[in-house]
Each structure stands twice: as structure tokens, then as C-alpha cells.
Design a protein around this ligand. Structure first.
Ligand SMILES: C[S@@+](CC[C@H](N)C(=O)[O-])C[C@H]1O[C@@H](n2cnc3c(N)ncnc32)[C@H](O)[C@@H]1O
Length: 264
């Protein structure tokens, strides 16, 4: 299912903002901005035991695709939270168009401070968004709003092995505040947060190249649109080149996976 593109990127696409790069990708037709696509979304959802009675909170919900597919597949209720009002507007329109507004809503809010009561959700779900957050602070909130016995699932780019400091610093710089953990560190972190029954799904070797995934989902029209943006914007050209180089230079370090734990 391809959505008719109504989303418009912010006027000035600047490399100084990771959010603008995401918006540009979305505007060119990339629907899902996380490694592994919907296949891994559904695997993580199954590990979080999502079902038709679940109330799910989708953190950094972007264009709303995950929320919509989760509702379509499992019949669950989803609230998406995103820092970008553009994304939230788009996601709301998308849910309306799919006739799912009764089951899904989106709010424009910072996930570090969630506007929900304690123990509100069966599942807190995040994909490719906590790498942009203060994880201690964000997860404390996720724990607070998750019901006892509920699940937290997070799918993120991770380190396959401990990177040198210069790699960590470079990732932080090019993705504006990006930080992640090794798979062992994610496990320790989940334990430290008080989660139990932890599942770590490392699919790094099944997903070698994130860029190829994006290019495939762009199609001819999207590639032309992105080329047009790049032609017009020197910063964007420079930035995309830098991203590509970073992935290529550090392929031995960059991994992908998801982590699920249950609140005791
Ligand atoms: C790479 S996109 C991923 C979007 C979506 N989860 C997906 O997988 O396609 C990251 C999203 O996280 C959102 N985000 C970043 N920091 C956030 C925060 N502190 N609170 C809420 N959303 C945030 C961004 O606005 C963006 O939509």
C-alpha cells in the first residue's frame, strides 16, 4: 500500500537538522524510517504480545505508519507521540484516510515527559527514535506509563561491538545527538530499568545496508524527487554523502536489532 503523497517538507531543508533529513526522506516517499521495516515491527509486536485488547504507545511515531499497520494487523488501540508537529499532522490525516481515527490518535509531545497517567499502556513501542533521546530519562517515563506486566519494545541501530570514541562522536555529530549501545549494553540497561523476560533480537547480519532499503522503497519518482532536492541544496548533498561514508566506513560496527522487556 503506497500512500498518495500529501506531505510537504519544511521549506528549507538544512543539514543542521536531523528532523529535516527525516522529513525530506518522507516527502520523497520513504514510508518507514527504521531498520528491518514492517517485518521486524511485527516480530517485535509479537514479542510484546500485542493483541486486539492492547493499548499501545508509539514513541517517535513519525508518519504514523507503524501505528496504522499495528492497528490493522492486531486491532489494537494506538497513541503516537512525536516531537514534530509536521509528522503529527501528516499521521493524523493518514489515520483519517484509512478510517482508523477511532482507534488511533497522535499527539505532538516530547517523549521525555509524557502527558499520561502511570500504568496507562500495555505496550510502549519505539522504533528508531530513542537513539535521539536521553535514554535514562525517556525509559523512566516509558516504565512509568507501562502497566505492570506490560511490555516495552525498542528497535534501534546499535553497535555490533564497542566503537572507538571518534566513531561515537561522529555519529553524534552527523545525526544530531545520536547515541546508541552495544547489544550487551542494551540488555544491561533493560535490566537496570527493572525489566524482566528480556528478548534481544540482533538482525545485523540479515540487514547489511540501510541505504539500499531506503532506495528500494523510494521508487523512480522518489529517487527523482530526492535528486532534485540534492541538486538544489548543497548542504543536503554534503550531508547525504557524509551519511553514506559513515555507513561504509563503519559497517563492522553498525548493527540493527530490537529489545523487548516486561515490567515486573
Ligand atoms: C527516524 S524517525 C522514526 C519514525 C518512525 N518511528 C519510523 O520508524 O518510521 C524518528 C522520529 O522520532 C521523533 N522524535 C525525535 N525525538 C523525539 C522526542 N524527544 N520525542 C518524541 N519524538 C521524537 C522524530 O520527530 C521522528 O519522527
Amino acid at each position: 500500500m503506497k500512500l498518495k503523497e500529501t506531505y510537504k517538507p519544511t521549506e528549507k531543508v538544512s543539514l543542521t537538522s536531523m528532523a529535516n533529513i527525516d522529513e525530506m526522506m518522507y516527502s520523497c516517499g520513504v514510508e518507514i524510517l527504521h531498520p528491518g521495516g514492517l517485518e521486524k515491527t511485527f516480530e517485535m509486536a509479537d514479542d510484546c504480545k500485542i493483541n486486539k485488547n492492547s493499548k499501545v504507545l508509539d514513541i517517535g511515531s513519525g508518519k504514523g505508519i507503524t501505528a496504522i499497520y499495528l492497528t490493522e494487523k492486531y486491532g489494537c488501540n494506538v497513541i503516537g507521540v512525536d516531537l514534530s508537529s509536521n509528522m503529527v499532522d501528516y499521521a493524523k490525516k493518514f489515520a483519517e484516510k484509512k478510517g482508523l481515527s477511532q482507534k488511533i490518535s497522535f499527539i505532538n509531545h516530547d517523549a521525555h515527559k509524557l502527558p499520561f497517567d502511570d500504568n496507562s499502556f500495555n505496550v510502549v513501542f519505539a522504533e528508531c527514535s530513542t537513539v535521539l533521546m536521553n535514554k535514562e530519562k525517556a525509559f523512566r517515563e516509558f516504565m512509568r506509563v507501562t502497566k505492570t506486566g506490560g511490555y516495552i519494545g525498542d528497535l534501534e541501530m546499535s553497535w555490533k561491538k564497542n566503537p572507538q570514541q571518534k566513531i561515537v562522536d561522529k555519529a553524534y555529530k552527523i545525526w544530531e545527538g545520536f547515541s546508541t549501545k552495544t547489544f550487551d549494553e542494551w540488555r544491561d540497561f533493560y535490566e537496570k530499568m527493572g525489566l524482566t523476560d528480556i528478548t534481544i533480537n540482533d538482525f545485523s547480519d540479515k540487514l547489511r545496508n540501510m541505504e539500499m532499503l531506503y532506495i528500494k522503497s523510494l521508487g523512480i519518482k522518489g529517487i527523482l524527487k530526492m535528486s532534485w532536492y540534492m541538486l538544489r541544496n548543497k548542504d543536503l548533498r554534503k550531508g547525504m554523502k557524509e551519511y553514506s561514508k559513515f555507513f561504509k566506513d563503519n559497517k563492522d560496527y553498525i548493527g540493527y536489532g530490537y529489545f523487548v522487556g516486561r515490567k515486573k
